[in-house]
Design a protein around this ligand. Sequence first.
Ligand code: FES
Length: 250
Amino acid sequence: MMKKEELIVKDLKEIALETYEMVLENSFVSMTAKPGQFLHLQLDGHMLRRPISIASVDKEKNTVTILFKINGSGTKHLAGYQPGYVLNALGPAGNGFTLDSESSTILLIGGGIGVPPLYHLGKQLLDKQRKIISILGFQSKDYVFYEKEFQELGETHIVTNDGSYGTQGFVTDALKNIGDFDSYYSCGPIPMLRSVSSNLEHKNGYISLEERMGCGVGACFACVIPTDNNGGYRKICKDGPVFHHKEVSL
Ligand code: FES
């Protein structure tokens, strides 16, 4: 259930170039957020809220962690909020990932700031005794984050576009270096998701779409995406952001 909530900034640090980790305190969100859900944040001086994925929760400390990259004035504002600041947000919003009960080996494929929701998911899958393999793609070495955190979940492959760290190329290049798996979950920019779902067409997979949104509650049509059949559409904020890879047309 999504609610209007106040979250207190507890910690903020830069963990990679232009990339920040923010810990927020709020018991309702920390107790109810599912992997793949997001917070729709109200930022000073901005009419439109910003959707930011939840990267992890700590139910004992009542905290939720978000990661974001500076990509405009809204996120620049966000990076300026110091501990003690109170943020307004709608959340936890969106449907979240469906946990596939049949799969024992799961592949996580994240690109850039699409990586954070996969961490929340990976932690939950590990608690359910699943084997996890991760492929994480970044522009370059300076943008790499959460490598150690994913290594604690299982085998992890880092790919950078310029080859300055890990393997050079795109996340799909790393697919040939991994063993078999039962299903995959992916989050990142649309071109990456398009390439992942066409490379893994015959696999069971779920993709999470990152999209600028308006209302965030299904009322404004700012975030529609066509479905793969019958000419219909889905709203990313309400029907998603997670879809089966065969459900939507990228
Ligand atoms: Fe308004 Fe999705 S953002 S319908």
